[in-house]
Design a protein around this ligand. Structure first.
Ligand code: 48F
Length: 251
């Protein structure tokens, strides 16, 4: 029995790895922006793979506002929330919902749409080509190996588009801007200005260079935009917008 358990797991895992070694879209990070982008891209039929460093999805959702188990959203994302089946309570101009419901339903809709989420894997570099400069995939490593500090070479996933949805540090764009380089420097996010941050994070969502896109709080890090704290409408809209932009470019 024990050997059968091992064989069944490895057999199915390898099938996924072989299938996804080359895919349409790699998303780094399974926070709200990455999960939303994953849902809309998979729904459009793109082979979409999400790598998440941790062993769970949700990113900053679980912490709510200072560990209170609720997050806020603007009313203009009500349709999207209904599409995800997420229930909210109206508080004047703000909608409020449970962190657990928000996280679970974003992830379940993303998976149901066909996106593959792999936990415990960190995107630690990009693959590039010259003339013209473009990003054609990512280098990946087990997060546990990364944490151990062992010297282990990464492996590669080729993809037509890479989306940095790694949150506040914009890790993938930061690496590419240092190592490719892209001719940009990452300034990091600014102090809080919720309304402006929510607007600009959506407006600036998009392509960095051919093959590399940015969504969610990573956008704020790249473009030095204000942070907005535990209000999440901008993350949903940014995830949806990057899916539309990538989908248009891949068509
Ligand atoms: O941080 P995160 O939730 O980013 P987001 O989707 O949403 C931001 C909000 O949660 C909140 C906010 C706005 O309302 O201020 O903070 O933009 O999710 C990012 C995910 O990416 C993972 C990380 O563990 C988290 O789950 N991640 C980070 N770096 C890597 C990564 C990496 N190099 N490879 C794989 N996953």
């Amino acid at each position: 029995m024990e050997a059968k358990i091992t064989k069944a797991i490895i057999d199915e895992a390898l099938k996924d790895w072989i299938e996804f070694a080359s895919c349409d879209v790699v998303i780094a990070g399974a926070g709200p922006a990455g999960l939303t982008a994953g849902k809309y891209l998979a729904e459009k039929g793109y082979k979409t793979l999400i790598f998440e460093r941790r062993l769970s999805f949700g990113g900053g959702i679980g912490g709510g506002g200072m560990l209170f188990h609720k997050i806020a959203l603007e009313k203009d994302v009500k349709d999207m929330l209904e599409n995800f089946g997420i229930r909210t309570i109206e508080k004047g101009e703000i909608l409020v919902c449970d962190t657990s419901e928000f996280m679970a339903k974003l992830a379940s809709k993303c998976v149901d749409a066909g996106a593959k989420i792999v936990f415990g894997v960190t995107v630690d570099d990009v693959i590039f080509r010259k003339d013209p400069l473009r990003i054609v995939g990512v280098c990946i490593q087990w997060s546990s190996v990364e944490m151990s500090g062992l010297h282990v070479d990464p492996m590669f996933i080729e993809s037509r588009a890479v989306i940095d949805a790694t949150g506040h540090d914009a890790e993938v764009v930061a690496i590419a801007s240092r190592k490719v380089p892209l001719g940009i420097s990452i300034l990091g996010e600014r102090s809080a200005f919720a309304e402006e941050g929510e607007r600009l994070v959506v407006e600036k969502t998009g392509k960095i260079v051919d093959g590399l896109y940015v969504a969610g709080m990573a956008v704020a890090a790249v473009y030095n935009l204000p942070r907005m704290g535990p209000i999440f409408g901008g993350m949903l809209k940014s995830g949806k917008r990057v899916a539309e932009i990538v989908s248009k470019d891949l068509r």
